[in-house]
Design a protein around this ligand. Structure first.
Ligand code: ATP
Length: 384
């Protein structure tokens, strides 16, 4: 059993500014947890605190229920899994995997070492490659050798820090599936740091989204996508990203740039007292009503398409709009928080491949109001 618990963890570096600010997170035995967020949000700092490479300013870190704040990294029994650069090029796969056991001098006989290496290499499908050197392995195989080392040590958990960030897109995709497959098979508690939301969405049982050292939301990938708690999470998760449209509130009507949307029930209650809101709509929830059946209760509108992109199996249409005042300010802030990927005053529509909409056309579009996410433009909080 290996659980990791973070209770109100704070990390201040020399300048006194909290790089990690009151983070609490529960990582259960066997869980695959992703720490994700833009550059500088504190992901690596948090991982380094778990492994013991960084002091904790305040709060408690527990492994299997035991406080480890003052425990040296070697006594925590966690394995940082580095990529190929941490393998010894002159040693075979066998010796690379056996390395941590050989370090524990006199603790294991040669027979024991051999048995452990064979057991690990079988689990990792490396048994045919035990005599090879790392240079003669694929990227995925090297990754598995690194995992093999952690397995023979019987580490309680795997910790990965952006292991795929230096790879090209194709290899990255392959390695991603490989890591997911191995982790499921081994069932070892895993904490994985990335700034890539695709890795976050495909690998994690649970994803923790960080912004400026503060945990924004911890949830399953699906929950993050369908129920983001604020603009930051909504803008970070999803590709192409969620559209954020200004909405004037007029009684029980939301006046969007292209269409008025009457709202009722719970949502009508929630928008009361607001002058202006931000409406979030995912690109795939906007339909070309001439080729796709819009869901019942959809609102229909027309808008002139500025640009289209055709990708074979799908296509995108871009439709500009204006944003002013508080909405513009909030979108500009989001842009800064998301490293320049948040400021979009053009609506992206993910069109069905059958759509024949061209640049300059007035498209017939529709969406179901139930797919709207409504945000407070002052706090960024999701009201729906
Ligand atoms: P990246 O994706 O760019 O690696 P990150 O999310 O992993 O970023 P960290 O490296 O954890 O972020 O850094 C979090 C914050 O702490 C940043 O503002 C960074 O400048 C600061 N920081 C990190 N290490 C130190 C250090 N040794 N001394 C002072 N400040 C530091």
């Amino acid at each position: 059993m290996s659980s990791i618990e973070l209770n109100h963890i704070v990390k201040k570096y020399g300048d006194g500014f909290p790089a990690i600010n009151d983070v609490s997170l529960d990582i259960k035995d066997g869980e695959f947890v992703i720490l994700v967020g833009p550059s500088g949000c504190g992901k690596s700092t948090l991982l380094r605190m778990i492994v013991g490479l960084e002091d904790i300013t305040s709060g408690d870190m527990l492994i299997n229920g035991k406080r480890v704040n003052d425990l040296a990294p070697r006594d925590r029994n966690l394995a940082m899994v580095f990529q190929n650069y941490a393998l010894y090029p002159h040693l075979t796969v066998f010796e690379n995997i056996a390395f941590p056991l050989r370090l524990q001098k006199g603790k294991h006989t040669n027979e024991e070492i051999s048995a452990k290496v064979h057991e690990a290499s079988e689990m990792l499908e490396l048994d045919e490659h035990l005599d090879r050197k790392p240079a003669n392995l694929s990227g995925g195989q090297r990754q598995r050798v690194a995992m093999g080392r952690a397995i023979v040590r019987e580490a309680d958990a795997f910790l990965f820090d952006e292991p795929l960030s230096n790879l090209d897109a194709k290899l990255r995709g392959q390695m991603r599936t490989e890591i997911a497959r191995m982790q499921r098979r081994l069932g070892i508690t895993t904490v994985y740091v990335t700034h890539d939301q695709i890795e976050a969405m495909t690998l994690g049982d649970k994803v923790a989204v960080l912004k400026k050292g503060v945990l924004q939301q911890v949830a399953s990938p699906r929950e993050l996508y369908e129920q983001p708690v604020n603009l930051f999470v909504a803008g970070f998760i999803g590709s192409p990203p969620m559209n954020f449209l200004p909405a004037q509130v007029d009684g029980a009507t939301l006046k969007l740039p292209f269409v008025d949307v009457p709202v009722s029930g719970e949502l009508a209650e929630k928008i009361k007292g607001h002058d202006v809101l931000i409406v979030g709509l995912r690109p795939e929830h906007l339909k070309d009503a001439t080729v796709e059946q819009a869901p019942q209760h959809s609102v229909h509108f027309k808008a002139v398409v500025d640009q289209t992109e055709w990708l074979g199996n799908e296509q995108y249409a871009y439709i500009p709009y204006e944003a002013e005042g508080a909405v513009r300010q909030q979108l500009e802030e989001l842009d800064r928080d998301l490293d320049g990927e948040g400021m979009r005053t053009q609506m992206i529509v993910n069109l069905d491949s059958r759509s024949r909409v061209l640049e300059g056309d007035e498209a017939d579009l529709a969406f179901d109001p139930a797919s709207m996410h409504v945000f407070d433009p002052h706090t960024g909080e999701c009201l729906t």
